[in-house]
Design a protein around this ligand. Structure first.
Ligand SMILES: *[C@@H]1O[C@H](CO)[C@@H](O)[C@H](O)[C@H]1NC(C)=O
Ligand SMILES: *[C@@H]1O[C@H](CO)[C@@H](O)[C@H](O)[C@H]1NC(C)=O
Ligand SMILES: *[C@@H]1O[C@H](CO)[C@@H](O)[C@H](O)[C@H]1NC(C)=O
Ligand SMILES: *[C@@H]1O[C@H](CO)[C@@H](O)[C@H](O)[C@H]1NC(C)=O
Ligand SMILES: *[C@@H]1O[C@H](CO)[C@@H](O)[C@H](O)[C@H]1NC(C)=O
Ligand SMILES: *[C@@H]1O[C@H](CO)[C@@H](O)[C@H](O)[C@H]1NC(C)=O
Ligand SMILES: *[C@@H]1O[C@H](CO)[C@@H](O)[C@H](O)[C@H]1NC(C)=O
Ligand SMILES: *[C@@H]1O[C@H](CO)[C@@H](O)[C@H](O)[C@H]1NC(C)=O
Length: 513
């Protein structure tokens, strides 16, 4: 059993004279040293106490309340060890809430910035985060590249330990620590984006009782086909003739925004934008770009492939959706980098187990796609729309997706929501909501887009939803890249924010309709 003698010891000490009272740092250490988590295959690594402002992760951002940080590691296989951290606030700050954060990309590191952002909300969370089942140190620094061996992708337990079980492995021991410290957890929350968004859907699908509230934003939950979309865009632009340089991408977004942007200079609802893509062509009758920024026919064909998304070369079936108007200025990422970092490593390490596999021979045929589905999809996707058990347990699921996300197609979370609606026979908004965010990127603002705020008040909305039953009718977005005082209103899909006020920079000027 888990035992903790801090409770009793600390009480006994404080009851006596102040001269023998232990410091918060000593209390943190003695609490950590007193933990026995062997039933969770978990050992404590170390502990550190941080007074207010002592924890400095990103310059300019520190902790706004004290906490005791405990590092632990949990062995979940052979191989298979995950390192994780938990931050315990003072008893007087704790409000009965446990929160875990997710990972990004191939994981391998703890997302301390996410932990700090949620800790600093003042909602009294004990906050935990893990490394996604493997260490970046032994996995190419957490980054993939063509021809590079990624050990974790060669052990099924570690592949599953990355997304499917990345959070569930450390959550029971992290909750046990939280209970030992405060005696109770009233509510458990999860907050993740990108790979962390995929981990959020994995919790709802495979571990439906661990969390009552889940934020799963810019979700990579159709990871295998997201990787195919990176490869599709890379192959569409990989010759000198089809490559589209930044100057042209920037001009494309400027032309689209000029036509479809709202009073705030951002495209509010890209699917409603009537823009003739052929006007990008250098010999178009109706030119939208000048002679230096226009697209050759080959570039125009490549751009159309990126807007369209990958399709099965035998059947024509859509494999993953394409990109929305307004995202063009960030497409350089799609012209090689994302395929090199994710798609090719996944094909070489996981699908074909051959570091010499030439990804340019992947032709999107039924056979190629079937190999990806079987070898990767079964282990890294979490797209089952029929998440009955999570729903039956009262779980709430909240997702934000930027319309100008240059990594994840904004149409994927919409499709997935529609699949969930179909599985549940209609409206699911009492427990699952998707907020589309105009002009923002992947898990935040898009720096190459007109100034749109990309910090979303999702965690607070989730807490109110779970604890007071108030379904979020809107979410505030703030903090654009420029630092200007601009806020926007995000609405639950399919609603959009209609400008009904007098100040386009103030979120209260918009109404969800
Ligand atoms: C701990 O590890 C043992 C041996 O590997 C395994 O049988 C057991 O299920 C693990 N316990 C937990 C809680 O994961
Ligand atoms: C505690 O352990 C973590 C995880 O191994 C490590 O990153 C950190 O540097 C350690 N801290 C101290 C103070 O030793
Ligand atoms: C062509 O358009 C680009 C992008 O809008 C602009 O930067 C450039 O100055 C224009 N060039 C000319 C010759 O007008
Ligand atoms: C541009 O011109 C080429 C040949 O001159 C023609 O094949 C192509 O269809 C034209 N493209 C557009 C968009 O008009
Ligand atoms: C020409 O292109 C512009 C910009 O895309 C568009 O606003 C306009 O409606 C187009 N005109 C015609 C006749 O297609
Ligand atoms: C895709 O490649 C396979 C061989 O790898 C070939 O048999 C098939 O015909 C190709 N399909 C298309 C549509 O090019
Ligand atoms: C779902 O129901 C809610 C509450 O009744 C309503 O506000 C919302 O518009 C509905 N959504 C859809 C997609 O019908
Ligand atoms: C930001 O703008 C809002 C609405 O216009 C205003 O109420 C608020 O005081 C402003 N905040 C700052 C820090 O200027």
């Amino acid at each position: 059993m888990l035992r903790s003698f801090l409770g009793a010891a600390a009480l006994a000490v404080t009851a006596h004279a102040a001269t023998i009272q232990s410091t918060p740092a000593q209390q943190c250490q003695s609490f950590a040293n007193g933990l026995d988590l062997s039933e969770y295959n978990t050992t404590i690594i170390n502990s550190t106490y941080f007074a207010t402002d002592e924890y400095l992760f990103v310059v300019g951002t520190t902790n706004n309340a004290p906490f005791c940080q405990i590092f632990a590691q949990t062995v979940y296989g052979s191989p298979g060890t995950t390192v994780w951290a938990i931050w315990l606030p003072e008893t007087s700050d704790y409000q009965g809430r446990f929160l875990a954060v997710g990972d990004g990309g191939f994981a391998g590191v703890i997302e301390y910035d996410s932990m700090l952002a949620d800790f600093n909300l003042g909602l009294g969370f004990a906050v935990a985060g893990g490394d996604g089942g493997h260490s970046a140190l032994t996995n190419d620094a957490g980054e993939g590249a063509p021809g590079v061996y990624l050990p974790f992708l060669h052990h099924q337990e570690e592949v599953l330990g990355w997304i499917h079980n990345g959070i569930s492995i450390f959550t029971p021991p992290a909750k046990a620590i939280t209970e030992a410290r405060y005696n109770s957890i009233k509510h458990a929350y999860y907050d993740g984006c990108s790979t962390g968004g995929a981990q959020g859907f994995a919790l709802a699908q495979f571990h439906p009782t661990l969390f009552q509230g889940i934020v799963a934003s810019s979700p990579g939950n159709y990871y295998s086909h997201l990787a195919l979309s990176f490869l599709w865009n890379d192959l569409a632009t990989d010759t000198v003739g089809t490559y589209i340089p930044q100057t042209q991408l920037t001009a494309m977004t400027a032309a689209v925004v000029a036509k479809c942007g709202g009073p705030d200079g951002v495209i509010n609802n890209p699917p409603a934008c009537q823009f003739d893509v052929d006007s990008f062509a250098c010999n178009a009758t109706n030119l939208s770009l000048n002679n230096t920024a226009c697209l050759t026919d080959a570039q125009l064909a490549a751009a159309k492939k990126i807007y369209a998304g990958p399709t099965n070369s035998n059947t024509g079936a859509q494999l993953y959706p394409g990109f929305a108007f307004g995202s063009e200025s960030s497409w350089l990422l799609q012209e090689g980098l994302l395929a090199d970092s994710f798609s090719i490593p996944i094909l070489q390490n996981l699908v074909y187990d051959d570091l010499g596999y030439d990804a340019s021979t992947f032709n999107f045929s039924s056979a190629d796609v079937a190999a990806v589905n079987e070898k990767a999809g079964t282990l890294i996707d979490e797209i089952d729309p029929d998440i009955q058990q999570f729903h039956a347990g009262g779980g709430k699921l909240l997702s934000v997706q930027g319309w100008a996300d240059p990594l994840n197609s904004p149409f994927w979370p919409i499709e997935h929501l529609q699949q969930v609606q179909a599985a549940f026979g209609g409206n699911v908004s009492s427990w699952f909501e998707l907020f589309m965010s105009p002009g923002t990127g992947h898990c935040g603002s898009n720096d190459l887009y007109p100034d749109a705020p990309g910090t979303y008040a999702t965690t607070a909305a989730l807490v109110a939803w779970v604890e007071q039953g108030s379904t979020p009718a809107q979410i505030e977005a703030s903090m654009p890249p420029s630092g200007a005082n601009i806020t926007r209103k995000l609405c639950p899909y399919p609603q959009i924010a209609e400008y009904t006020g007098t100040d386009p920079d103030d979120w209260t000027s918009y109404t969800c309709t």
